[in-house]
Design a binder for this molecule. Structure first.
Ligand SMILES: [Zn+2]
Length: 270
């Protein structure tokens, strides 16, 4: 009995607030939630590659847990799929495209909105929250700091009445350590990332926009438009520490070369 207590205490000490059990998660799908063509990548890397265009992926991630399905980020609005050439944003100059709708991708996997146990968004930029209201009944996990951050015109960022859990820090979604929301502020006030502990693949951290592409990760570059530079750097370091401790991989949402190399539905990571 005493030995078992010591073993347990050692395990708790080793894993801290991120439990090691991976009990319930068995599938992670990378969904195509859009493409963004941007005219100048130095928007994200101040002073570097000025005037050089960049193509960004925009992913959503669908996770199956024994307790139900969980959706991470919702991408660009499904309505964009009606415009095969994409739609140019007058303010940013980005051309935003969606090859297919999120709802059609879920349907192809046999998943209905009512099958979703919960969802979370990394942050409230339009390429991440485009389809939140396609799931009006589904519990949304968001940081309170993000929820309370008004739009530039003073309007709320979410439809009032959407079921929401406002977080103040990390959150273990299913209570077994297999899907853990990690607070990574800086890009926006309440930005968050997601740790997924898969039985075979191991630990994957879904970046959100804590970083936008690999060169920025390797060089710790902070986009000029981020809410807080110091917080961004601290969040990148936090992710790096988690990856080192867990021997995990970082999946960068907008890094197109990385996304292009990943399995796509019906294939998944387990
Ligand atoms: Zn963003």
């Amino acid at each position: 009995m005493r030995l078992w207590s010591l073993v347990l205490a050692a395990a708790v000490a080793a894993f801290g607030s991120l439990p090691a059990a991976a009990a319930g998660v068995d599938k992670l799908y990378v969904l195509d939630c859009g493409d963004i063509s941007a005219p100048d990548q130095s928007r994200w890397s101040p002073g570097v590659n000025v005037g050089v265009p960049i193509e960004l992926s925009d992913n959503c991630y669908l996770i199956h847990h024994a307790q139900g399905w969980f959706l991470w980020d919702t991408g660009l609005p499904d309505a964009l799929a009606a415009f095969p050439e994409g739609v140019k944003d007058a303010k940013t100059g980005f051309v935003n495209k969606r090859a297919k709708t999120l709802s059609s991708e879920l349907a192809a996997l046999g998943v209905k909105a009512s099958d979703l146990k919960a969802m979370a968004i990394s942050h409230t930029h339009p390429d991440h929250i485009g389809n939140v209201e396609e799931f009006p009944q589904v519990m949304l996990y968001v940081q309170k700091a993000e929820y309370d951050w008004p739009n530039a015109n003073g309007t709320p960022r979410f439809k009032l009445g959407h079921p929401v859990t406002k977080l103040e820090g990390d959150h273990d979604v299913f209570g077994d350590g297999s899907v853990v929301i990690i607070s990574t502020p800086g890009h926006t006030p309440g930005h968050q990332s997601l740790l997924v502990r898969l039985p075979k693949t191991g630990v994957v951290v879904l970046s959100g926009d804590a970083v936008h592409f690999k060169a920025n990760w390797d060089n710790r570059r902070v986009p000029g438009g981020n809410f807080n530079k110091e917080q961004t750097l601290a969040s990148m370091q936090r992710i790096a520490d988690i990856l080192a401790k867990e021997h995990g991989q970082l999946w960068i949402n907008h890094d197109k070369p990385q996304t292009d190399a990943q399995k796509k539905p019906p294939e998944y990571y387990d």
